[in-house]
Design a binder for this molecule. Structure first.
Ligand code: ME8
Length: 506
């Protein structure tokens, strides 16, 4: 299936007010699994992540750190770049909103909106939360705070406004015509009822600070940070050059993955800005759930933000990636606990998958001269196992298309369990003396099944799956190799080594 439709996927661009934590790593890992899956499936992928560097929140953090915003953002952005390396992320680009390409892109978008009469000068009076970088209506406040619990500040100034109110009906029509635009369904319903309740025009410039993209031709005004931030997705594919190969190939984006906290910006403001500029909205926005840590919300005051480095040092990067995508139904909230992590590592990875690979590969090393065993005639039990492995790809395609990672992994582990049962039932160790040819066939079937499983696990545990494929002597590793490049009897194999170590409490 090479040459499939291009696929453009993005993470949110993270604020550089603070260091990365597991919440950021989570979204990025989920996108990475999708990007890797689509590449293995023969699609031309563009996978974007980056940092959101303008606005009051970042400016204040820089001030608190006692450095100018440029020095501050250069420093903190690097931590996010480092996180991509740490988590083994395969992004194709890393965008910073302070880059020249992005400033040019935002100014072009502004001019287009202005040219089309979508922006006007007015006076803003109302509540603003710097932590959320969001405006709130008096009616939305809960005990004098934003619904997120963030403090709000009153401000009044001359601002440019975007005619968001005029887009209410067209947004509703767009949601109606594109039922897959917002996922999961509960989020879609929330957004629709929010839009139905009426939209106010949106303030899109600020005059009381300067750390932002200058509004073209309007000295003293910088763009509202969300207009700037959302447009990163277009900048990275070449906007304003809508005729470029890159833009034509990848826009509209296939998927903006976000946390549920920022769904409104992505599904209301963003498609409205784009439609108003005569551009196409993205195809889909998926809002995943929220992690707590050992039952508690992550917060500065509790000091319980977990840096991804700590998890990787403790458990290993593949195990962390697996846990993140397997533990929760993607879209739901969940809890990050040491106990749950160890359960997944020792249960699924070490006992189930690791043990399967280890016993089959070591039997091959001992009894087949360290070569891929010979394949004799197949029995119905052999065909049943191989058939189950071959049926995985279409199932995984369907689950990945819906971002249902947990279901995709469940499907893979059903076959892991079937393979373990097969080995138990066929008992190749007993065949060694009675029927060595049949023993070889059984080991070939088991190894070939492991090859399928390892290829399909690459998006989630790339390093371990890669090592397993090395040990199987499997060179071709994309999905075309699933049916296309079965194990060749007689191929010399390296010495087997465990790829999913058990976690032992220290
Ligand atoms: O909102 N659980 O940046 P941000 C799960 N710059 N995911 C979490 C999480 C948690 N506890 N905490 C954070 C911004 N996240 C804007 C985005 S996009 C054009 C601009 C993840 O640094 C989740 O993806 O506050 C959430 O949406 C994102 O980090 C917020 O990152």
């Amino acid at each position: 299936m090479t040459g499939g439709r291009p696929y453009y996927i993005t993470t949110p661009i993270y604020y550089v007010n603070d260091a990365p934590h597991i919440g950021h790593a989570y979204t990025t890992v989920a996108c990475d699994a999708l990007a890797r899956f689509m590449r293995l499936d023969g699609r031309r992928v563009k996978f974007l992540t980056g940092t959101d560097e303008h606005g009051q929140k970042v400016a204040r953090s820089a001030r608190d750190a006692g450095v100018d915003p440029k020095t501050f953002t250069d420093r903190v952005s690097l931590n996010f770049r480092e996180m991509t390396r740490l988590m083994n992320i395969s992004n194709d680009d890393f965008i910073r909103t302070t880059e020249e390409r992005h400033i040019r892109s935002c100014q072009a978008l502004w001019q287009e909106l202005e040219r089309r009469g979508e922006i006007y000068l007015g006076h803003y009076k109302g509540w603003y939360s710097v932590r959320d970088e969001a405006f709130y209506d008096e009616s939305e406040l809960v005990n004098g705070k934003a619904p997120s619990g963030a403090d709000v500040e009153w401000y009044e100034e001359e601002n440019y406004f975007f005619r968001l109110s005029a887009w209410q009906d067209r947004l509703l029509e767009f949601y109606e015509k594109n039922p897959n635009f917002i996922a999961p369904t509960a989020r879609r319903n929330e957004v629709i009822s929010f839009v139905k309740s009426g939209l106010n025009d949106l303030s899109v410039s600020r005059t009381s600070f300067t750390w932002g993209v200058p509004v073209p031709g309007k000295p003293g005004h910088v763009m509202y940070v969300w207009l700037d931030a959302l447009n990163n997705y277009q900048t990275a594919v070449g906007y304003p050059d809508t005729e470029s190969e890159e833009y034509k190939t990848f826009w509209p984006a296939d998927l903006h993955m976000v946390g549920k906290d920022i769904i409104r910006f992505h599904t209301v403001y963003w498609p409205a800005f784009l439609m108003a500029a005569g551009l196409q909205p993205p195809r889909r926005v998926f809002a995943h759930g929220w992690w707590t840590v050992e039952g508690q919300k992550m917060s500065k005051s509790l000091g319980n933000f977990i840096p991804p480095q700590k998890l990787v040092d403790q458990y290993g990067v593949d195990a962390v990636r697996y846990f993140m995508l397997r533990e929760l139904p993607f879209g739901s909230d969940g809890d990050f606990s040491h106990r749950a992590m160890v359960g997944r590592i020792n249960g699924d990875l070490a006992n189930d998958f690791g043990n399967l690979a280890q016993r089959v590969l070591s039997m091959i090393a001992k009894n087949c001269g360290g070569r891929v065993p010979a394949k004799g005639p197949l029995t119905p039990a052999d065909d049943a196992l191989l058939g189950a492995a071959r049926r995985l790809l279409p199932r995984l395609r369907a689950e990945y298309a819906e971002q249902a990672f947990h279901k995709a992994l469940e499907a893979v582990f059903e076959v892991v369990a079937a393979a373990n049962r097969y080995v138990d039932e066929q008992a190749p160790w007993a065949l060694r003396k009675t029927d060595p040819a049949r023993m070889e066939t059984v080991l070939w079937v088991a190894a070939e099944t492991i090859r399928h499983l390892a290829i399909l696990m690459q998006p989630v545990v790339p390093t371990a799956a890669g090592k397993l494929l090395d040990q199987l002597g499997a060179e071709a590793r994309d999905f075309a190799a699933l049916d296309g490049a079965p194990l060749v009897p007689g191929t010399a194999l390296p010495k087997p080594e465990g790829v999913f170590p058990r976690y032992v409490e220290g």
